[in-house]
Write a protein that binds this ligand. Structure first.
Ligand code: ZN
Length: 92
């Protein structure tokens, strides 16, 4: 299966900007933090607890192979792996 890969990725503290073949999208840091799929975050979401405070910022984005982006947040969270398919789903 061939996942769509963004043409460009631009990181700033408050948002991640993705250029997809069909258009660009801006994903707020808070929304990305809330969408984290790592074990502790899934468990927290199941308990109905909020992900992080609204001031959370993006520190760094690291490519993971050709399929995902690892996002590092200002609250110290660095476990989040965001497959392109997830980021594309969040872009709509
Ligand atoms: Zn997480």
């Amino acid at each position: 299966m061939n996942a769509t890969v963004p043409l460009a990725v631009d990181l700033s503290p408050r948002r991640l900007r993705l250029q997809w073949p069909e258009g660009s999208a801006e994903l707020p840091a808070t929304a990305l933090r809330a969408a984290c799929r790592c074990g502790p975050c899934r468990a927290r979401a199941l308990r109905g607890e909020p992900a992080a405070d609204d001031a959370v910022e993006l520190i760094h984005a690291e490519p993971v192979g050709r399929y995902a982006l690892q996002l590092i947040f200002s609250d110290g969270h660095d476990r989040g792996i965001y497959p392109w398919t997830l980021l594309q789903a969040l872009s709509v």
